[in-house]
Design a protein around this ligand. Structure first.
Ligand code: AMP
Ligand code: GLY
Length: 662
């Protein structure tokens, strides 16, 4: 089915009245990329003597001279895949603007097919002579915006935006700089809108729900496919079924084959286990690009000792440590355990942290209070408490300080980080109780100027280390940091987005300024992360996890979840994690059904009348809201949390309330 996507020739109408430099840039871009046979360009102009006509003749592009009065009839009678305004000097007639806003479902509308480029950072400096007005206004920054055309001039949804500093540029210099950017970004937007991407997202938690929701908003998405989604968000895409058997490698092979047949352009891996099992290596072999670390680099998360050696070799500060392995011999000669503990005694006199070397579902860390406790815990780790994961263990000096999570994107050359987030790891209020995957999150986490500097230095060191070690993968690096009195230390690495940190970080991404998650992933996969400028809303985002009693050990399942619509009342978003529908339907949350507006879809929690949504895991759902008034946001989140009802509902009452962070 999707093969046609590539074979079909796309028809593009470029509309211009003047010099036509954008027209030429677009056509040349497609010629240079060898895409000339896949796109059929035509030029429409309303000026008989426009220079753009000469350019069209030179490039062999057919052109039409259409008087403004006849424009509507001309457009009515022809069909294009994309309409590109490139210096068309007239304001389009009302009737066309109406079509530009109308849904494509009617067969007439041009919704999301009619684009314009404007030389300012919209919504600033709409209308004519923008560059000149920007220059006169004496602002520091300006840029270029590509947007969809709607009824109001220069007001449609922003597709992309690129900023530049004005500095001391004269008007002419500024014009040149702006045009240069236009010629760079416009052709690529045209390409991305003509050849939209098929994406496969793997994973079924709250993190994947928020990723899916941001991806379906992208104008560059053709189809989102989901592998193992939960029923709370599976309606956002097409589910690809694949079994999980004992032979996980073979399962991923099969998934890769299916993905190949469906022309999937990019795999995005949510959770860590598929990374440990080499899913990225398998998909890469199949010729499919991936967002996620390969098997080798997934070990930064999957093997504590691998991470320790990486840090030690590269001057990254981390707690002093000792590795204990070869269980049989260590256990036989308890002297080895005593000797390792003695090492810490002489240094800091504090019992060390005990960590299973392998992945243990976030539970493989123990913080003993006494050396006796440490000794018996080491024995139980090595004795098989976490199976293979604790055959080898790391003993680590205990550090004290505030923890923050820094999530970074990496493409082999560029490390691009989100603002710091805070994750509430413990089950109970005031950081008591068991370690969990995370009971809530906030971003940005407050840090002092000094801490900010230290974090930047750390990230530079990390980048240098990754380059030096030839970490040639495209994925996520999550640094679990602790801010101690001696500076920033790394507690752990994860090679995936944090859950629930992602729910708050993506909430802060500023889509209204043309920051598009899919565009970021595409550029990452092309090793062009250096071209991405992450822009964030100047807001605070909070996430509260509603969990099910018994979490993290043995959560209660099967309770009906009621009153989800309360979220709408309080303006909160819901992302689902451990949920299931009692019939095989999924909630109707889809944006791609077009019967719902994006706003409505956010809050449409109805399945069909015979279906209930029930709890099906430890962390059940996330309540997320952002804004400037922290107190109000938290009030709304907590009111929603009270209203949403299911048997066994548990949640922390102190998320966001610690003074340090709100
Ligand atoms: P990890 O899975 O390595 O992130 O450990 C889970 C949690 O244990 C961390 O978020 C910390 O709260 C705590 N922890 C881990 N290592 C240390 C350490 N060396 N010193 C103090 N706390 C630690
Ligand atoms: N919230 C912590 C994690 O994702 O590992």
């Amino acid at each position: 089915m999707t093969k046609e996507r590539y074979l079909k020739v796309k028809n593009v109408l470029i509309m211009a009245s003047g010099n036509g430099s954008n027209f030429e840039a677009i056509v040349k871009y497609f010629i240079d990329k060898g895409l000339k046979d896949r796109v059929c360009f035509e030029l429409l102009t309303d000026k008989k003597d426009a220079n753009v006509i000469k350019r069209a003749q030179k490039l062999g592009v057919p052109y039409f001279y259409v008087e403004f009065e006849n424009l509507y009839d001309f457009l009515k009678n022809r069909k294009y895949d994309l309409y590109v305004l490139a210096g068309y000097m007239r304001i389009l007639p009302e009737k066309i603007l109406k079509l530009a806003a109308a849904s494509d479902d009617t067969g007439e509308g041009y919704q999301n097919k009619f684009i314009n480029i404007h030389p300012s950072l919209l919504p600033k400096f709409k209308g004519k002579d923008a560059i000149q007005r920007v220059h006169e206004a004496g602002v520091k920054k300006t840029g270029v915006t590509v947007h969809f055309v709607t009824k109001n001039v220069d007001s449609g949804k922003i597709i992309t935006q690129k900023e530049i500093e004005i500095g001391k540029k004269t008007l002419t210099e500024l014009e040149e700089a702006i045009h240069k950017i236009e010629h760079k970004i416009y052709p690529e937007v045209v390409e991305n809108l003509l050849f939209k991407k098929n994406i496969l997202l793997l994973g079924g938690g709250g993190r994947e729900h928020v990723l899916a929701r941001k991806l379906v908003k992208s104008p560059f998405l053709n189809q989102l496919y989901l592998a193992k989604p939960n029923d709370g968000f599976k309606d956002l895409g097409v589910t690809i079924d694949f079994p999980t058997t004992e032979n996980i490698g073979a399962d991923y092979q099969m998934l890769a084959k299916k993905a190949h047949a469906l022309n999937i352009d990019l795999l995005i891996v949510g959770p860590e286990n598929p990374l440990f099992d080499g899913i990225v290596d398998i998909f890469t072999k199949e010729g499919i690009k991936c967002i996620g670390a390969d098997k080798k680099w997934a070990r930064l998360e999957g093997s504590k000792s691998f991470a320790k050696i990486f840090m030690e070799k590269n001057g990254i500060k981390t707690a002093d440590y000792k590795v204990l392995e070869d269980i049989a011999s260590v256990l036989k000669s308890k002297a080895k355990i005593k000797e390792a503990l003695e090492y810490f005694k002489t240094k800091g006199k504090i019992p060390p942290v005990i960590k299973a070397d392998g992945a243990a579902l976030g539970k493989g860390v123990h913080l003993p209070n006494t050396f006796e406790e440490a000794e018996s815990e080491i024995e139980s780790f090595l004795g098989g408490k976490f199976g293979d994961a604790s055959k080898k263990i790391v003993l680590e000096e205990r550090l004290f300080g505030r923890e923050i999570s820094i999530i970074s994107l990496w493409d082999g050359n560029t490390l691009l980080s989100f603002p710091p987030a805070l994750d509430y790891k413990r089950l109970l209020d005031n950081d008591k109780g068991a370690n969990t995957g995370g009971m809530g999150a906030i971003a940005p986490s407050k840090i002092s100027a000094k801490e900010k500097k230290q974090i930047t230095e750390y990230l530079n060191t990390l980048k240098t280390a990754l380059i030096k070690e030839k970490a040639d993968f495209t994925g996520i690096i999550y640094s679990g940091l602790i801010l101690t009195k001696d500076g920033v230390y790394v507690l752990e690495y994860n090679m995936r987005f944090g859950d629930p940190e992602t729910q708050v970080l993506l909430e802060l991404l500023d889509i209204s300024r043309g920051v598009d998650l899919l565009d970021i992933f595409i550029k990452m996969s092309q090793k062009r992360l250096n071209e991405i400028d992450l822009k964030f809303k100047r807001k605070k985002a909070f996430c509260l996890v509603l969990a099910s009693s018994g979490y993290p050990e043995n959560p209660k399942k099967g309770s009906i979840i009621a009153n989800l619509n309360s979220a709408k009342k309080y303006g909160c978003k819901i992302y689902f994690a451990g949920v299931k529908c009692t019939a095989n339907t999924g909630l109707h949350t889809a944006l791609n059904k077009l019967t719902l507006s994006a706003q409505e879809a956010q809050y449409n929690f109805t399945a069909d009348s015979k279906t209930d949504l029930i709890t099906n895991g430890g962390r059940v759902l996330n309540i997320v809201k952002s804004g400037v008034n922290s107190k109000k946001i938290l009030d709304d989140i907590y009111k929603t949390a009270q209203d949403i009802d299911f048997d066994g509902k548990i949640y922390r009452k102190d998320i966001g309330y610690d003074k340090q962070n709100t």
